[in-house]
Design a protein around this ligand. Structure first.
Ligand SMILES: *[C@@H]1O[C@H](CO)[C@@H](O)[C@H](O)[C@H]1NC(C)=O
Ligand SMILES: *[C@@H]1O[C@H](CO)[C@@H](O)[C@H](O)[C@H]1NC(C)=O
Ligand SMILES: *[C@@H]1O[C@H](CO)[C@@H](O)[C@H](O)[C@H]1NC(C)=O
Ligand SMILES: *[C@@H]1O[C@H](CO)[C@@H](O)[C@H](O)[C@H]1NC(C)=O
Ligand SMILES: *[C@@H]1O[C@H](CO)[C@@H](O)[C@H](O)[C@H]1NC(C)=O
Ligand SMILES: *[C@@H]1O[C@H](CO)[C@@H](O)[C@H](O)[C@H]1NC(C)=O
Ligand SMILES: *[C@@H]1O[C@H](CO)[C@@H](O)[C@H](O)[C@H]1NC(C)=O
Ligand SMILES: *[C@@H]1O[C@H](CO)[C@@H](O)[C@H](O)[C@H]1NC(C)=O
Ligand SMILES: *[C@@H]1O[C@H](CO)[C@@H](O)[C@H](O)[C@H]1NC(C)=O
Length: 452
């Protein structure tokens, strides 16, 4: 053979090899599967997808993480086969004859994991890793997305990823914690939208509520006043098609994520160039669901005092518990208090997280004044507030029974109007007369009178 030609062949082969090695694709196509050791890289090199082993585990999982050009410490944001790992490196992720992504291993004939897109049998589906961190399965002819990883979150919420229910398909997106740092399998904590009553964000541990993120106030979630204002914008949609929450990143060069850890703590983290910095975490003080029991308010800014206080006109259900600073028994109405068309009115508590709205009634057509009148007319109504805090308050939330999981915030929070009888109203009025201001157990309040 001509040595020159041979050299040419070799260098061609070499350059082909180098070429193949350097160019990281962002798509998996029917004739381009992904083997263990290969990675997909999104166009702007923000995210990578490939096989990985978490923590000290040697098991293999398909995951998406921030590309190490951007975030050197491996930060996994999504796992495909979280509950069915591979024990060796024989895994291959490919597009099957039905246009779905499937993960197979050498040993097994049946897929270890697969997407469930309903595509009519087609060979030209492609899976593409986007710069948002979303892995999408698309039909190239019409660009229709038939499946996306954002619809199946693991423990991490990224910008433009939705939580909540698609009412048309029944798809309910929620975060679920890992089992441990070594095992991304489905853990016991979850975070999503509870659609009952007026929809709220809820964090659960083993199925019981651990923290109530609360209802949408038009700007923020009632239980989470510290959003990340300059880097994220929050939004909520509740219509016939969906009830969903999400956040947008207003500065795409800043990486920010929400992660639910194994113990049931939710963290908002931002990459500062060297490390992940925590902006907030929940639950914090006074955040544990029903920490103070029914009809009691939790105020973490009174370090010397017991954090639980009964709402105006109520008294501890158990004085003994209260003296021992056990608040979970809550409070109940004083014996003989008349709450029905007998001169009662409302006391306003300011800067609070309004009670659990899964049992609240909502009427978005009412003003605050109309809300008060509605509440007053109905003797079972125990409290009301605006549903939406924008434009001076829109809509009416009313409660008819125990008021559960209220807390005070330092700088944010809504006004909550609590029904009190004429006697309590008289006492508070006397304080106003004495001190010029309405103080209810060190908390600023205001009084509104009934017209009856
Ligand atoms: C991995 O093992 C080392 C040594 O046993 C231990 O110090 C470390 O905490 C483990 N890491 C994880 C994530 O479990
Ligand atoms: C494949 O088979 C070998 C031997 O039967 C076994 O040791 C290994 O764990 C199997 N791998 C998987 C992924 O099941
Ligand atoms: C796909 O659907 C099958 C059958 O309905 C189910 O067993 C499997 O868990 C689903 N896979 C995923 C990834 O949802
Ligand atoms: C998909 O490709 C296979 C082999 O390339 C072919 O046998 C099959 O008919 C194709 N299916 C469709 C729906 O085009
Ligand atoms: C959706 O998931 C959340 C969180 O796990 C849960 O609270 C809610 O009830 C679910 N919604 C539906 C309609 O199943
Ligand atoms: C957000 O921006 C405003 C005005 O641009 C600034 O005053 C404020 O300090 C910023 N907040 C944070 C948390 O960076
Ligand atoms: C959030 O900000 C992004 C970037 O500026 C913008 O594209 C998006 O529409 C905003 N979303 C909402 C709900 O305001
Ligand atoms: C209040 O105390 C009474 C009697 O001790 C008890 O029956 C009731 O269940 C308690 N209520 C709450 C909300 O704990
Ligand atoms: C008062 O409100 C309750 C709870 O929503 C409702 O069941 C009841 O019919 C109302 N009563 C009146 C008189 O409107």
């Amino acid at each position: 053979m001509n040595p020159a030609k041979e050299l040419l062949n070799t260098s061609l082969l070499l350059s082909l090899l180098v070429f193949r090695f350097c160019i990281s694709l962002d798509t998996i196509s029917p004739n381009q599967p992904l083997k263990d050791g290969d990675i997909l890289v999104s166009k702007g090199e923000t995210f990578a997808l490939g096989f990985f082993s978490p923590g000290n585990s040697s098991r293999r999982y398909i995951g998406i993480w921030y590309h190490n050009h951007k975030v050197p410490q491996q930060t996994v944001v999504w796992v495909a086969n979280r509950d069915s790992p591979l024990s060796d490196t024989s895994g291959v992720l490919s597009i099957n004859g039905h246009g779905n992504l499937v993960l197979k291993s050498k040993n097994r004939s049946t897929p270890i994991w697969s997407t469930n897109a309903s595509v009519s049998s087609t060979n030209n589906s492609m899976a593409q890793l986007l710069d948002s961190g979303n892995l999408v399965l698309v039909l190239p002819d019409n660009q229709r997305v038939t499946w996306q990883s954002f619809d199946y979150p693991t423990n991490t919420l990224l910008a433009s990823m939705k939580l909540g229910l698609d009412r048309r398909t029944g798809l309910n997106r929620s975060l679920t914690s890992w089992k441990s740092e070594d095992d991304p399998g489905t853990g016991t904590c979850s975070y999503g939208i509870n659609p009952n009553g007026y929809p709220q964000l809820f964090l659960y541990k083993g199925g019981t509520p651990l923290w109530r993120g609360g209802s949408w106030t038009g700007r923020r979630w009632s239980g989470a006043p510290n959003t990340l204002p300059n880097l994220t914008n929050l939004s909520f949609v509740d219509n016939q098609d969906e009830v969903t929450a999400m956040y947008g990143a207003t500065d795409p060069t800043v990486f920010t994520r929400v992660v639910l850890d194994e113990s049931g703590t939710l963290h908002r983290l931002t990459w500062n160039g060297n490390k992940w910095v925590e902006f907030w975490s929940f639950p914090g003080e006074c955040d544990t669901y029903r920490e103070c029991g029914p009809s009691s308010n939790c105020n973490p800014y009174e370090p010397d005092n017991f954090r639980c206080t009964c709402l105006p006109g109520l008294e501890p259900n158990s004085t003994r518990d209260w003296n021992m600073r056990v608040g979970s028994g809550g409070c109940s109405r004083k014996q003989g208090a008349s709450m029905c068309r007998n001169g009662e009115g409302f006391v306003k508590l300011v800067r609070v997280k309004v009670p659990d709205t899964s049992v609240a009634r909502v009427d978005m057509s009412l003003s605050l004044k109309e809300c008060e009148q509605e509440c007053l007319r109905n003797c079972s109504c125990t409290a009301y507030s605006s549903a939406d805090e924008t434009r001076g308050g829109i809509g009416c939330l009313s409660w008819h029974g125990d008021l559960v999981d209220i807390r005070t915030f330092a700088n944010a929070g809504q006004d909550l109007y609590i029904r009190v009888d004429a006697v309590v109203l008289g006492i508070l009025l006397y304080y106003v007369f004495l001190f010029g201001r309405c103080y209810f157990r060190k908390q600023l309040c205001a009084i509104t009178f009934s017209d009856l």
